[in-house]
Design a protein around this ligand. Sequence first.
Ligand code: ADP
Ligand code: MG
Length: 240
Amino acid sequence: MLVVNGVTKKYKKFLANDNLSFTIGDGEIGVLLGPNGAGKSTIIKSIAGLLRYEGDIEICGEDNHTIEAKRLLGYVPEMPALYDTLTIDEHLEFIRRAYKVEDTSIKEKLLERFELTDKRKKMGKELSKGMQQKVSICCALLHDPKVVIFDEPMVGLDPHAIKELKALFQELKAQGKTVLISTHMIDTIEDYWDVAHIMMNGRIAATKHNRADSSDEKSLDELFFQITEGKSSDEAKKEE
Ligand code: ADP
Ligand code: MG
């Protein structure tokens, strides 16, 4: 369970997140959708405890700055930040020991899943952006977090890895985990989400739940373009 309550973040005078509040429950996939600059990475970094902000964020009931919350959280940053001279194996081993994960089979399964097993001796600086992204995802999942946040996870991945990642989102959901994914690409999110928040100018401009009985509502695409192309709902209605 992830709770974001009244989070405001300013970079000097610039308001990047304006009083954001949302909750994503266990076994739910939430999506933050919005154009570049909407404030998605800012709220994700705040959840990860990397920025100072006003407001409260809880991971499974724990303040996100506590060690307990950090144990429960997995974070895939927008830009993979690997060590140039550590191998893939060494990255995962570093994380495994830092989180005191006894079971080494989790590491092997992740490497296998993302087709990194035969590349495990390659160093960070030798990897393509896509491979770095895969290592970054493995690092975020190694300690079996209960809440996983992905910032633009599809960027740089090949189609097979994207397919694998989408399957992984569903698995995490089936395991009762909480998943939050940010993206500016509406066509990558298909139908695996439970709740989508459309962000614009640091605010949540609209929220849509993915429910069987919502066929009479605007589709996520319609809502997204209405908001990001700046039409008011009246103008949009006139065009219909
Ligand atoms: P998104 O991830 O939705 O593209 P960001 O959260 O990265 O958006 O950025 C939101 C806004 O905050 C943008 O206008 C961006 O230029 C600004 N911003 C982000 N990081 C910084 C920073 N470190 N210093 C100043 N402004 C920033
Ligand atoms: Mg971003």
